[in-house]
Design a protein around this ligand. Structure first.
Ligand SMILES: Nc1nc2c(c(=O)[nH]1)N[C@H]1C(S)=C(S)[C@@H](COP(=O)(O)O)O[C@H]1N2
Ligand SMILES: [Mo]
Length: 417
């Protein structure tokens, strides 16, 4: 297969023209001296030694693969969001340094020696745990996606942001190591009246959310590690709450306290924010579950088609209700659907990788993907969501996106109908 760097650069330039700066590192043309049968220039010299990079970093040629933010969504860097470069990732694991970040008051800096988790309220014994105390409980290692409720929130009225990263990148998927709250709570005991938990972060934003006790006892974790190493500061070091399948806002980072009560606490984050406006002007109070969703990561606005012939379409699907059962892909805007191949492991409340090979002979395409989960729920079109939610919504947009592939191979985010 011929790999044309010239085309690659063209596509980066196209991205630049929609207002996002992208550093181009790949050179215009390969240096013929480096191509077979010549010995390439990197062979004669000794390479870097083992001491040079004690904590490894990606190749300098991958420096385009980074989290990015949208300037007009950034009021201040401390109360902002950046996006995971989904289009550049393979498999289902998000590397720690590429997990999108969402902070309401910046990244708290916590010395783990001073870290404490306090449990109070309707429990038999109010207790305070150090990080070492938490690590003495039986641990679990589980893959879960975390998606911000506002992922795709800019797309309610129409196609706005021309990138897979910007329209879908408020999601990441890592393996968490932590303790199940049901195990931890055996230590404190629970009063029969305990029905709700107030989870409180220790960052300056005063992040608090109410979570029903059934969810807490079902699968919530206090996690201290992601992808095998300590949580990154951005992700809540040294410990965060993991609320599998539910909106990211509830996954309180830098967690300091769990208070048990008999009713929801009605905090700012579940009254003035993270509620869903309906067409009759009323707002839906709690929308916790992130429903089934999928995205074609390549081709995508950042990944144009570079040559005719066989293509490997790649994408990701997920559901907060359980496992993904099937993903359908359409190349003609939803008229015909093919079933994509799902790649193992297919885990509950985790991203799943799908692929679909197809032949391209230079015609226009309208690429869509549709996820179906084990409950039978089918990912909707935006028009179906708008019937209930109108066009002024922000949160919980899990609708099917459309990528228009032009005859040149360029890909754009468009809205049909
Ligand atoms: N303490 C605290 N927890 C927090 C937040 C925060 O600002 N402070 N942001 C929330 C929001 S809105 C989301 S989407 C997720 C983002 O998690 P991440 O930064 O690991 O991607 O964390 C949640 N937990
Ligand atoms: Mo969020």
């Amino acid at each position: 297969m011929k790999f044309s760097r010239r085309n690659l650069i063209k596509s980066f330039a196209a991205l630049g023209s929609v207002g996002f700066s992208t550093r181009v590192l790949a050179q215009d043309k390969p240096n013929p001296n480096n191509l077979p049968p010549n010995l390439p220039e990197w062979t004669p010299d000794l390479g870097a030694g083992v001491d040079e990079n004690p904590y490894g970093s990606p190749s300098e040629f991958e420096s385009n693969v980074i989290r990015r933010n949208v300037p007009w969504l950034t009021a201040s860097p401390q109360s902002s969001v950046n996006f995971t470069p989904l289009q550049d990732l393979e498999g289902i694991v998000t590397p720690n340094g590429l997990c999108f970040e969402r902070h309401h008051g910046g990244v708290a800096e916590i010395n783990p020696t001073d870290y404490r988790l306090m449990i109070n309220g309707l429990v038999d014994r109010e207790m305070i745990f150090s990080l070492d105390d938490l690590k003495r409980f039986p641990q679990v290692n589980k893959f879960y996606f975390l998606e911000c409720a506002a992922n795709g929130g800019m797309e309610w009225k129409g196609a706005q942001l021309n990138g897979c990263q910007y329209t879908f990148g408020m999601v990441h998927n890592v393996q968490y190591t932590g303790v199940k709250l049901s195990d931890l709570l055996r230590e404190t005991g629970l009063k029969p009246k305990a029905k709700w938990v107030l989870a409180e972060g220790s960052d300056t934003s005063g992040m608090t959310r109410s979570i029903p006790i059934e969810k807490i006892l079902d699968d919530c974790l206090i996690a201290w590690a992601m992808n095998g190493e300590a949580l990154r500061p951005e992700q809540g070091y040294p410990a965060r709450l993991v609320v599998p399948g539910w909106e990211g806002n509830m996954w309180v980072k830098w967690i300091r306290r769990l208070e048990f009560g008999d009713k929801p606490y009605m905090t700012r984050e579940e009254t003035s924010k993270y509620t869903d406006l309906l067409t009759d002007g009323k707002a839906r109070m709690f929308t916790w579950v992130m429903e089934a969703k999928s995205v074609v990561t390549s081709p995508s606005p950042e990944k144009p088609i570079l040559h005719k012939g066989i293509q490997q379409l790649r994408g990701l699907a997920w559901s907060g209700k359980g496992k993904i059962k099937r993903v359908d892909v359409s190349l003609d805007g939803g008229k015909n659907w093919r079933t994509a191949q799902l790649h193992a492991p297919i885990m509950s409340k985790s991203l799943v990788r799908f692929t679909l090979p197809f032949e391209w002979s230079g015609e226009e395409l309208l690429i869509q993907s549709r996820a179906i989960d084990e409950t039978g729920y089918v990912q909707p079109y935006i028009q179906e969501l708008q019937k209930i939610r109108g066009k002024n919504s922000i949160y919980h947009n899990n609708s099917i996106a459309t990528w228009l592939v032009s005859k040149s191979g360029k890909v754009d985010n468009v809205r049909l109908g």
